[in-house]
Design a protein around this ligand. Sequence first.
Ligand SMILES: NC(=O)c1ccc[n+]([C@@H]2O[C@H](COP(=O)([O-])OP(=O)(O)OC[C@H]3O[C@@H](n4cnc5c(N)ncnc54)[C@H](OP(=O)(O)O)[C@@H]3O)[C@@H](O)[C@H]2O)c1
Length: 297
Amino acid sequence: MILGIIGLGRMGFGMSQRLLNHNHKVVAYNRSTDKVRAISKKGAIPSSSIPELISKLPSKKIIWLMLPAGKPTDQTIKTLIPLLSNGDIIIDGANDFYKNAEAHSKLCSKKGIHFFDIGVSGGTHGLKNGYTLMIGGPKQQFKYIEPTCKSLAPKGGYGYFGPTGSGHYVKSVHNIIEYVYLQGIAEGIELLDKKNINLKKAVSVWQPASVIKSWLLDLTSHALSKSDFNKIAPKIGSVTIQELNKTINSIPSHYTPAFDVATRVRKSKSGFILGKRTIAAIRNEFGGHAIEKGGKK
Ligand SMILES: NC(=O)c1ccc[n+]([C@@H]2O[C@H](COP(=O)([O-])OP(=O)(O)OC[C@H]3O[C@@H](n4cnc5c(N)ncnc54)[C@H](OP(=O)(O)O)[C@@H]3O)[C@@H](O)[C@H]2O)c1
C-alpha cells in the first residue's frame, strides 16, 4: 500500500519506518526538513510541502496525521481538505478529544472525504513491538486502511470500535487507565522508600509472576536502574489532561475518583517528589516524554 504521513515526531517517524519495513510505500512530510531527510534515507518518498505530498499519492489518497492534538492537527486537516477529492481518506492519530473527531469528520464529509480517528499506543517501542490501534470511522471504508493498520499493529493489536469518535474515545479511556496505573506504581515506590526498602529489588521481585507484573513495572525497573534516576525533576508533562477531562466531563454521571486524584497529584507543586519522579521516568521510558534534571529527594 501507499500512504502519506504528516508528522515525523517520535511516533510518526517510527510508524513510517515500521510501514517501510512491512513493504508499504510512505510519502512523508514534516514541518522541519531534517526528519524528512532522515526518513527518506530509510526508503520513504520525501515531500517538502503538503501539496507536494498530495501530488505524490495515487487516487483514493490516504493521509495519516501524527501531530499534537489541537491547533496543529486542526489546521492541517483544514489545509488538506481543499487539496483532496471525493473518496480520499484522512486519518488522525493524535490524542484528541473524541468530539473533535466528529467535527473534523463533518468538515471532511462536505467534500466526500472520509475521516478516521485512530488512537495509537505503544510509544517509541512501537517500531519494534507494534502500535496498538483503536479505530473509529466509516465502517465501509475500513477495508481500505486495514492493511496499513495490520502492519502497524502487533498480532491482535488493532480494533475497529465504531463510528467517528470511537477511536479517540477508546484511546482516552486507555490513557485514563494509564494515569491510574502510574499513580499506583508511584505510591508504591513512595511507601517502599519510607521504610528504606530497596526499590529496585522490590520491583524486580514483583516482575516475574506477581499479580502486578506488567510492562509498566518492567519500565519502572529499567528507570530505577539508571544512575541518574535521582536527578530527575518531579515534573510530569500534562498535554493530554485537558482532552481527558473533556472526555470524562462529556459522560453523564461518570465516576472516576482514581483518575481525578492522579491528575491532582500531577498538577500539585509540592510533595510526592519520589512518586512524581517515578511517573516522569516511566513516561520517558515508554514515550520518550521529556524529563528535566534537578530533583531533590
Ligand atoms: N509519544 C507517545 O508516547 C505517544 C503515544 C501515543 C500517541 N501520541 C500522540 O501522537 C501525536 C504525536 O506525538 P509525538 O510523541 O510523536 O510528538 P513529537 O515527538 O513532539 O512530534 C510532534 C510532531 O508534530 C509536528 N508539529 C508540532 N507542532 C506542529 C505545528 N504547529 N505544525 C506542524 N507540525 C507540528 C512536529 O514537527 P517538528 O519536527 O517540526 O517539530 C513533529 O513532527 C500526539 O498527538 C501525541 O499525543 C504520542
